[in-house]
Design a protein around this ligand. Structure first.
Ligand SMILES: [Zn+2]
Length: 143
């Protein structure tokens, strides 16, 4: 069954096949985040043109603003403080904590929702399902 665009984006899957991973490893691992140049499953090139991921800066900016506003409102409600240092500290901590998340999801949102050149092709997932069923059938025959 084809997975939704949103589900594929959350699990950092390829925007074309929804099977291959766009990134290696987890969002919050101690190793550097590594993005694949092409999809390991369908082979689509993620950087559709040179410098394409500069556009992810705008998405990252929108994500950062949403996070900072949320944290600032939370600080205002929880502490009721008017000291700017509280807010600056909250801001700095928020930016640092969310940096790896923003890096990954800005690119994923760009690839999944703002890139008309790469569109979803359900044939890759269907081919994979048929392949799995075929393997199951062969395994059942052997037993
Ligand atoms: Zn793919």
């Amino acid at each position: 069954m084809p997975t939704s665009k949103f589900h594929a984006m959350i699990h950092s899957k390829c925007p074309k096949c929804h099977v291959g991973n766009v990134f290696e490893g987890k969002v919050y691992s101690l190793r550097k985040q590594q993005m694949n140049e092409v999809c390991p499953h369908c082979g689509v090139k993620y950087e559709v043109e040179p410098g394409y991921f500069y556009a992810a800066m705008y998405v990252s900016y929108a994500l950062s603003v949403a996070e900072i506003v949320s944290v600032s409102v939370a600080i205002a409600i929880l502490t009721g403080s008017e000291s700017p240092w509280f807010y600056l500290a909250g801001l700095a901590i928020t930016i640092l904590i969310f940096a790896p998340f923003n890096f990954r999801y800005a690119r994923l949102i760009l690839l999944h929702f703002l890139t008309p050149k790469i569109s979803y092709d359900p044939r890759y997932e269907l081919a994979l399902e048929i392949g799995e069923k075929d393997q199951e059938a062969r395994a059942n025959k052997k037993n």
